[in-house]
Design a protein around this ligand. Sequence first.
Ligand code: MRU
Length: 352
Amino acid sequence: MTTKKDLLPIELFKGEGIKILDQSLLPREKTRVFLKDTESVIKAIQSLQLRGAPLIGIAGICGLAIGSSEYGTEKQALEKVAKKIIGSRPTANELGLLITEALQKCLELTPRKRNQFLWNFAEKKLELQKQNDLKIAKLGATLSGITGGVLTHCNTGPLATGGNGTALAIIQECWQQGNIDRCYATETRPLLQGARLTMWELEQMGIPATLLPDTAAASLISSGLISAVITGADRIAINGDTANKIGTYGLAVLANRHNIPFYIAAPTTTIDKFCSTGKDIPIEHRDSSEVGGFRKERWTTKKIDAYNPAFDVTPGDLITAIITEHEILKPPYQQPITKVTEHNLYGEKDDV
Ligand code: MRU
């Protein structure tokens, strides 16, 4: 019997390291791993042992804190570690945003205070993410028309944020309010976050769930069983163009074709004010081996070439609304997105 605690993806041991749930092995093996050097944190992020944009942002700050014990708290050492961690996965906005913010703020302090500051800062961001998840869920559930069956993609639950999640938290709230009766989850090839993680989370939440191959999405939506598609995001440009797990764009096109809403749920930390459109968003391309097999299993004959982008960009004009912790943004997005980023964390006083 698994409990809510089993879904906890990260635990902070300030001054020592982090304990993570190895998401690459779920749901078959529930292995917790203690990471106490930056290299292991980077490897965990790259191998998706730790994943989801908000979670890797928080883990990234922890990596910097760990690095400050390993390599010292002088500016040059910290900048080097920060750069390395930020480079480990290019698309998720939180990784760069939160590490940059942590670095800037800790450099305002004397070197001997920096390690402690970084740990406190990571803890604070994790707490903030938990609160933001709750706000996103409540706000999202106020949208009318999310009834019957909803479709989601990839994984946006507790495993992806350290809190209740984003899109999946809205789905949970809608279910608790009695508005939906089933969540459909795409398997999310090639790394199967939907099949392995979302289905497992839905099971813990007690929400009736149906898994589908990614290729069945058009058939499902055209059957009329889906009232809305709700996904998360990895990076949102100022004009609303949104990068999320590969396959998201296709779902948005389908939703549009079949006249159902397509929603993005994300904290404002996912907005990149330096990206004016989706063309500015860096897209991670991953190794061909992920398409030619899974874990140790290979189904291609030899080392093949594969097209394996981890994310795609959905144009803002296909997105019915973006649910943030502050408000629900509606198109055209330029003005509301610019405004909502003003609430943002930069400039906030940190008494950590
Ligand atoms: O490659 P992943 O598993 O890290 O991709 C995650 C996603 O695409 C999520 O939808 C996104 O990070 C939002 S998580 C709340």
